[in-house]
Design a binder for this molecule. Structure first.
Ligand code: K1U
Ligand code: ZN
Length: 176
């Protein structure tokens, strides 16, 4: 297993549109395992392959407190089941330290493939609905800060750039 570097806003690679996975191979299973390790360490509750610079339609997620309910979505399709939207305070591992409310449809249908290559379908609400829509946006090159005002997005960019510079400095200091 391996920890993967997470791309940070405003890295242009985060804007890449992910391609469908053609076959669920051992390479895909290894990438999913590495993504879980990266997500748990961060810590986070979801991670899209786009965030670790792999531009394929693969999402991992675990919403449980004990980190023991891993979910994998390959080639996911998400369809809103209601016009009603619900605001939720979102965070993003690619936009560290920024949290803000985004309104999204409160119930969705998810169709996807699992790591055994089998198709499955489920209906989601609450945090699962929020998180899958957030991760789908990553696969489509969109970030939650895109829903915010230009001023908030600019402030977020400055804060993330400052945080990334600080993290870089600390990494150099540790290497010495
Ligand atoms: O996609 C990502 O960057 C992961 C993101 C998922 C997400 C969280 C909240 C709303 C929508 C999508 C995160 O995991 S941010 C970190 C986070 O929410 C969290 C971290 C530790 C414990 C509990 C939550
Ligand atoms: Zn995110």
């Amino acid at each position: 297993m391996a920890l993967l570097p997470i791309l940070s806003f405003p890295d242009p690679r985060l804007r890449t549109i992910a391609k469908p996975v053609e076959a669920v191979t051992d390479e895909i299973r290894q990438l999913a395992a590495d993504m879980f390790e990266t997500m748990y360490k961060a810590p986070g509750i979801g991670l899209a392959a786009s965030q670790v610079d792999h531009h394929i339609q693969l999402i991992v997620m675990d919403l449980s407190e004990d980190k023991n309910q891993p979910m994998v979505f390959i080639n996911p399709k998400v369809t809103p089941l209601t016009l009603e939207t619900q605001p939720y305070e979102e965070g993003c591992l690619s936009v560290p330290q920024i949290y803000d409310k985004v309104a999204r449809p409160s119930r969705v249908k998810i169709e996807a493939i699992n790591l055994e290559g089998q198709a499955f379908e489920l209906e989601a609400d609450e945090l699962l609905a929020v998180c899958i829509q957030h991760e789908m946006d990553h696969l489509n090159g969109k970030l939650f800060v895109d829903y915010l005002s230009p001023l908030k997005r600019q402030r977020a960019r400055e804060k993330v750039e400052k945080f990334s510079r600080q993290r870089e400095k600390e990494a150099v200091a540790v290497k010495r």
